[in-house]
Design a protein around this ligand. Sequence first.
Ligand SMILES: Nc1nc2c(c(=O)[nH]1)N[C@H]1C(S)=C(S)[C@@H](COP(=O)(O)O)O[C@H]1N2
Ligand SMILES: [Mo]
Length: 391
Amino acid sequence: MLVSGAAWAQTPSAPATIDLPLPGGPDKRVITKAFPQKGPMILQRTRPPLLETPFEVFDRGVFTPNDAFYVRWHWAVIPTEIDVNTFRLSVRGHVDKELSLSLKEIVDGLPRVELAAVNQCSGNSRGFTEPRVAGAQWANGAMGNAKWMGVKLRDVLDRAGVKPGAVAVRFAGLDEPVVSDAPKFMKSLSLDHARDGEVMIAYAMNGEQLPLLNGFPLRLVVPGWYSTYWVKMLDRIEVLSAPDENFWTKNAYLIPDTPGADMKPGQAGVAMVPITKMVPRSFITNLRTGEPLKAGVKNLVRGIAFGGVAGVKAVDLSIDGGVTWLPTVLGRDEGKYSFRQWQAEVTPTVGDLALMVRCTNDDGLAQPMANNWNPSGFMHNGIETVRVKVA
Ligand SMILES: Nc1nc2c(c(=O)[nH]1)N[C@H]1C(S)=C(S)[C@@H](COP(=O)(O)O)O[C@H]1N2
Ligand SMILES: [Mo]
């Protein structure tokens, strides 16, 4: 597998832009086609790449095409070529037998599993946080859904033999920090979570090998959890006999230990805990704010929803600012961690209309009316509103 390395350092001289207004700006974003294996993407940053999925992609189906799947990296030293013959995944630490597995041994030597799951950045929609917080000013496109194919992490751990006393498993990939004293990106899961039979080492998404920027040749898939745990270009697994103290697990990706990860700007003394499980979200995908609807006739409204760590139980629509809610019809169930399509018909009267959509998951958790606030802009999941004109 070979991709032209320098390509993603360039942006066109007269870049195309799209309207993507965020509170406090900007109102426009650059569209780039300069990244390998990617079509038009919203450019948030070039090096290391942060590429957002243009929102209209989510109206086309529940699976996000690989060439439109968002991209996020912390450090800029990312291999642009990987030799599939010499690549090895190592399993070390508190195990009976250290392993160094070739791709062939993983693909041909272990049972294959497949699972649809949403990959969402903890900071998806951060750009809508008010007051504004630091970090990538994502709109709603730092998420995607794919059918992941690979092997169970548990099967790999069993092959190495986890020793008694192990408590956690740490994951790292081929990317490196730009300066050597910066902390390498690593994340950990508890041993029980790592062995739950759902956490996967994926080698394919949507029936193709992973795009390089989404973690070729192997990535961790942690269904229902925010994507910070989904380590890309995974080449080392370490079984730990003590809790992980590394920066990215212990000090980064923290949220307030409050309902909805909500606090007041500047509030003191709030206990912080690592972000983990995703919460329900839903979006209208076939209408954008400002678009016209026809009065007195049926108008189709449709979109996508996901339940986070549980399936989608219901998606409801309100056309009166959240006073009353109408059930919508759910599309095909692709599994509890997947996007699910929903649709409804509305027959509005002339005037301004605020359409709101709310997902409730199988745990009974529903999206809140108001968005949360925390210093990292994590876990945004307030009910979305699209304002249309009915004429
Ligand atoms: N090796 C590696 N894996 C990583 C990261 C990284 O910087 N390095 N970033 C994580 C974060 S924060 C996110 S949001 C997802 C993004 O996955 P994607 O680029 O495939 O959409 O990758 C995760 N896995
Ligand atoms: Mo992220």
